[in-house]
Structures are given as structure tokens and as C-alpha cells.
Design a protein around this ligand. Structure first.
Ligand code: AMP
Ligand code: MG
Length: 191
């Protein structure tokens, strides 16, 4: 299988969550896979999709709805985690493309959930951690969250923060700026 370098698959997942630890017999599971294809020639976003995933071992808490806006009713319409992983491979060639996310959370959650569901990990080994890369590229003293990253790069937040599909598109814009507009520095904003 050929390793492609045409488009970068930017991923941001939302998962069931609670204020503090999960309740007994529940565990955090992916409920949305935000997908964004960043084209390496036009340097722009060419496709986005929100894949809603129905959790099997947990439910959407009020806290989770407040954070993500996603409700139990919405994710009940979603597909299974197994189907979602198959879709990533078929529709987005996720095994062949470089993929990116903000931090390590999304990768860790995928690895953990693939293992516990006995599903094949859908991604290539080439993963870009945009959070670390931004901090290195701009000599920050520490890694910053996505909202601060947008601010530092003078990009506006588009859509709803903590919705996977919108987060993925915002992360793609950060990555695009890092990859292809490297001359725009923001050192004067740093402490
Ligand atoms: P994000 O990509 O920042 O929207 O976060 C991804 C997932 O991390 C969310 O869907 C939650 O499962 C979890 N998460 C993020 N922020 C919090 C928080 N403040 N409290 C509990 N879980 C959180
Ligand atoms: Mg998110």
C-alpha cells in the first residue's frame, strides 16, 4: 500500500466525559470523530466530516453535553466505532496518509479504544502532533491549548470549540499556517 503525501488527515475526537472520574461500569468512549482533509497543494481544507459514533459502554452526561453540545439522542443516530474505523480507511485512506491532531490525546484514545474493541488501528504511523510542533516552531516556553494557538497566529475560532469537526478544521488552519506561512512570527506576544 503506497504512502501518500497529497493530503493530511486532521482528526479531533470528542468522547464521553464527566466532571471527575467516570461513574461505575462506564468508560470514556469516542462519540465524534471530526475529520478534515488539508490539501498539500492548495494549502486549504478540501473536505470536512463529523462522524458521530454511538458509545457502547457509556452514556452522554449533562456535563459532556455542556462541553461538546452533543446529546445522547444525537450520538444514538451515530455508527459503531468499528464502522467508523472502516470509514476512515475506505473514505479517507487513513492507513496511507499522514495524519495530525492537537496533542497526544486523540492518538492515545484511538489506540486504547481499538485495543479494547478488538478493532484494527485505522491510521498510518506518521502522526503530526500540531501542539508540540507549534511550540517548537515558535520557540514557546511551553505548549499551549488550541484557543491560544489560534490567538497567537491571529486566526479566528471558526465554529464551536469542543465539536470535533470544528476543532479539526481549526487545527487544520493552524497546521497550514505552520507548514506554509512560516515567515509570520509572533515573538512579540511571548512573555
Ligand atoms: P477537545 O478536543 O478539547 O474538545 O476534547 C476532547 C475530549 O476530551 C472531550 O470530548 C472530553 O471527552 C475530554 N475533555 C476535554 N475537556 C474536558 C474537561 N474540561 N473535562 C472533562 N473532559 C474533558
Ligand atoms: Mg475537540
Amino acid at each position: 500500500m503506497s504512502r501518500k503525501i497529497d493530503q493530511i488527515l486532521v482528526i479531533d475526537v470528542e468522547a464521553t466525559c464527566w466532571q471527575g472520574k467516570p461513574p461505575p461500569r462506564q468508560e470514556s468512549e469516542i462519540i465524534e470523530i471530526g475529520v478534515c482533509l488539508l490539501d498539500c497543494h492548495s494549502h486549504s481544507v478540501v473536505k470536512t466530516e463529523s462522524i458521530l459514533v454511538k458509545p457502547e459502554h457509556s452514556t452522554v452526561s449533562e456535563f459532556c453535553t455542556e462541553l461538546t453540545t452533543l446529546t445522547q439522542e444525537q450520538v444514538d443516530q451515530g455508527i459503531s466505532f468499528t464502522e467508523a474505523c472502516e470509514r476512515l480507511q475506505k473514505r479517507y485512506l487513513s492507513h496511507q496518509r499522514v495524519w495530525a491532531s492537537y496533542g497526544e490525546y486523540d492518538k492515545n484514545q484511538f489506540q486504547k479504544q481499538c485495543q479494547s474493541f478488538g478493532v484494527e488501528y485505522p491510521f498510518d504511523s506518521r502522526h503530526i502532533n500540531v501542539k508540540t510542533w507549534l511550540a517548537l516552531a515558535h520557540s514557546l516556553q511551553k505548549e499551549v491549548g488550541m484557543l491560544k494557538a489560534l490567538f497567537l497566529l491571529k486566526l479566528s475560532l471558526q465554529g464551536t470549540h469542543h465539536r470535533g469537526v470544528d476543532d479539526a478544521a481549526n487545527i487544520a488552519r493552524i497546521l497550514s499556517q505552520l507548514l506554509w506561512n512560516q515567515d509570520r512570527r509572533f515573538n512579540r506576544y511571548l512573555d
